[in-house]
Design a protein around this ligand. Structure first.
Ligand code: NAP
Ligand code: F7E
Length: 345
């Protein structure tokens, strides 16, 4: 049975990837951080199903605690490592630049150093990002396109990307970079724009929220479904050579278009509810991202299965169900009303 370590297993991608790896027969070891309240809600169903058989194992670790990472690798002797953990919110990276940079850079090099000295070939996946491109070029981006990071988050991802390539070329490690464009799902964090919109749509449709405040409505993103993108991660790790891979849909839409589609799914006009505030604009914006996934299509035989329309629909349906539950609890006075959208980014 193959063993995989997944850092950041409690995140959106960690949840989809660990489910996929378990289904493929892996023993999965995920890292979680200690927090004052339990933060495993995205993987609770997988824990319930697979923890007792040892197919899913959780370990306390933090990317800033290098000993926790190297001990884990020595003890588990994994076949594959997926480094998904990061402070992944671009706007927050301007507010917490040092923490974002430390987690974004130290984690990857610590893991690569541990792998380098292990007496076993261990494959390494780095979660690279389309944010590295910077968003100035109005055209499609591939593995050869130049990077021009516009945030501490993106700059740290460029370091991790380069060091992964460096270890591949210098020490002959099977180290790959997945340059993933934005990917979303019902498990997306509620402060990313897509989920912020679909959550608001659900709550507005159920009468428990009155408006939605956003930032730059003209930003354009190549949005795919997270479930499709973790398939691509897995395929990169099974490919004959380690390499860098763009994973994207090849279509781009503005935030405004996403909002329009999400509100129209419940027969509402987005303009009646959406306002903007400077608070949600960034000090430096990535205006336009469109990926060219030709290389992954050709060599990995990967393609996205969920379209933009299906993605929006999936997220809205999920958030309507969530809002219905919230409305019931409110009616029974089991929770207090929050008329303002509580999200901060
Ligand atoms: P996410 O939902 O924000 O999950 C991030 C994970 O990292 C969480 O499990 C989080 O733990 C963990 N984490 C944060 N700081 C940590 C630290 N110092 N030590 C250990 N763990 C830490 O992110 P995601 O959307 O799943 O993305 C996965 C990876 O892909 C990230 O590296 C992200 O930057 C990258 N990426 C994402 C996208 C996208 O569109 N989703 C696109 C390109 C690249 P807690 O649960 O405790 O916070
Ligand atoms: O912003 C604009 C915002 O925060 C998308 C991360 O997974 O993908 C993600 O980064 C766009 C930006 O994602 C709001 O200015 C408008 O232009 O959903 P987001 P992101 O910054 O693209 C990349 C690939 C990653 O690697 C990251 O880890 O939407 N926008 N109004 C807003 N964004 C937010 N969050 N909130 C707003 O109210």
């Amino acid at each position: 049975m193959k063993k995989a370590i997944v850092t950041g297993i409690s995140g959106q991608d960690g949840s989809y990837l660990s489910r996929l790896l378990i289904d493929k027969g892996y023993e999965v070891h995920g890292t979680i951080r200690r927090s004052s309240s339990i933060n495993t809600s995205r993987i609770d169903d997988i824990i319930a199903e697979h923890e007792s058989s040892g197919r899913l194992n959780l370990h306390y670790s933090d990317l800033l605690d290098s000993s926790s990472l190297s001990n884990l690798i020595t003890n588990i002797q994994p076949d594959e490592i997926y480094n998904l953990a990061a402070q992944s919110h671009v706007a927050v990276s301007f507010k917490n630049p040092i923490f974002t940079t430390q987690t974004g850079t130290l984690g990857s090099i610590t893991l690569l150093e541990s792998v380098r000295y292990l007496d076993k070939e261990v494959k390494f996946y780095q979660a690279s990002s389309s944010e590295m491109y910077g968003g100035d070029f109005i055209g499609s981006l591939n593995e050869e396109s130049p990077f021009n990071p516009k945030s501490p988050y993106a700059a740290s991802k460029v370091f991790a990307h380069n060091v992964t390539k460096l270890y591949r070329e210098t020490y002959n490690l099977f180290a790959v970079n997945g340059i993933l464009f934005n990917h979303e799902s019902p498990l997306r964090g509620e402060t990313f724009v897509t989920r912020k919109i679909t959550k608001a749509v659900g709550r507005i449709a159920m009468g428990i929220q009155s408006k939605l405040t956003l930032g730059n409505l003209d930003a354009s993103r190549d949005w795919g479904f997270a479930g499709d993108y973790v398939q691509a991660m897995y395929l990169m790790m099974q490919y004959k050579n380690p390499d860098d891979w763009v994973v994207a849909t090849g279509e781009t839409y503005t935030v405004k278009e996403f909002a329009e589609k999400a509100f129209s799914a419940v027969n509402l006009n987005w303009e009646d509810y959406v306002t903007t505030s400077e608070k949600y604009f960034r000090p430096n914006e990535v205006g336009y991202l469109l990926g060219d996934p030709s290389k992954a299509r050709k060599n990995l035989k990967w393609k996205p299965e969920v379209s933009f329309d299906q993605l929006v629909q999936k997220m809205v349906e999920h958030d309507i169900n969530q809002a219905k539950k919230e409305a019931t609890l409110l009616k029974e006075s089991l929770i207090s009303p929050t008329w303002e959208n509580p999200v901060v980014n």
